[in-house]
Design a protein. Structure first.
Length: 323
């Protein structure tokens, strides 16, 4: 009796996995954890579902390019197994959702919040709301009505301390899936992140790295109209994009990593009401490049020689907001 969990490796994904594990183990199942991402999901499903009788997927966006094939695969799997898919990333338009799977999708809030509500309704102990809060905070989705209500039931200062240790510790253990599995195990028992020494050490190291990154971005940021950007920052491009926005004092921040010769992989950050997901999906169709994500946190990848065209078009789209 086994379930396999396919989850994202950030704090929202890890927490979603821990909540699922806590519930499923309390019902007598064994649980296996696979870390994946939108582009790798289909391959990982094909490779790792094996003889599991249940499949849980959380915090993995459905990629425009693979969505039909993934849904077809899930529909087939749904004939013989239980499938639960929980996510909060905006969906591609016009998709055909399989009726034989449990489909929980809402842009309202974190995957952690959705996952907690789902398993709590099935009987997961209310005490696990604290674990769910860490995941919500990790995705900056800590101002939803549910989060505010639950935070008031704990000492919220210590919840933020614990969330910070988890978020920073995971950030500092990028591709170390074995370590992340241990974190899932730890959280699935509702143990505090601060009682896991290795996580605390990684989080403290990560904070030093982030401070270096912050100062580097402050000195190296370039501006283009309403956009500020940095190229090849020494650290996470998501964080660097946020700092570029702040220190460029503009509406949109971008951090770019030149992945291999001529390919720019970038992260973008903004504030409401600008919707980067909508803008990037539009530019993606116009320019034939990959792009999308959340409204205020998104990504794109394009050939280096298209970057200045991309910046011009993006700036024009932002100007439409008249901010
Ligand atoms: Mn998430």
């Amino acid at each position: 009796m086994k379930w396999t969990l396919f989850i994202h490796g950030d704090s929202d994904g890890v927490v979603s996995g821990a909540l699922a594990k806590a519930y499923l183990e309390s019902r007598g199942y064994s649980v296996e954890v696979v870390f994946t991402h939108p582009v790798g999901l289909l391959g990982d499903l094909k490779g790792f579902v094996g003889d599991a009788e249940g499949v849980f997927i959380a915090d993995i966006a459905l990629n425009e390019l693979h969505v039909d094939e993934i849904l077809k695969f899930l529909r087939n799997l749904g004939e013989s197994r239980s499938i639960v898919y929980i996510d909060h990333h905006p969906l591609p338009e016009g998709i055909d959702i399989p009726r034989n799977i449990t489909w929980i999708h809402n842009n309202c809030c974190s995957a952690s919040e959705l996952t907690f509500k789902y398993f709590n309704s099935l009987g997961l102990d209310q005490e696990y709301s604290r674990v769910a809060l860490y995941g919500a905070i990790g995705d900056y989705l800590d101002e939803t009505p549910w989060v505010k209500q639950e935070l008031s039931k704990w000492d919220k200062r210590t919840v933020y301390l614990e969330a910070g240790i988890l978020i920073q510790g995971l950030e500092g253990s990028r591709r170390d899936h074995n370590f992340k599995r241990k974190v899932v195990e730890h959280l699935s028992r509702n143990l505090l992140p601060s009682t896991m020494n290795e996580l605390v050490e990684k989080s403290l190291k990560q904070s030093i790295e982030d401070e270096k990154l912050r100062l580097w971005v402050k000195q190296n940021v370039s501006k283009h109209g309403r956009i500020a950007y940095v190229l090849n920052p020494p650290g996470s491009i998501g964080r660097a994009a946020n700092y570029a926005k702040i220190y460029g004092n503009v509406l949109v921040g971008i951090a770019i990593e030149e992945r291999r010769e001529g390919l720019y992989v970038m992260s973008l950050r903004t504030d409401p009401p600008i919707d980067l997901n909508k803008i990037l999906r539009k530019l993606s169709r116009e320019l034939g490049v990959n792009g999308g994500g959340h409204p205020q946190a998104a990504g794109a990848r394009l050939p280096k020689d298209m970057f200045s065209t991309f910046l011009d078009k993006l700036d024009k789209e932002i100007s439409l907001f008249n901010l």
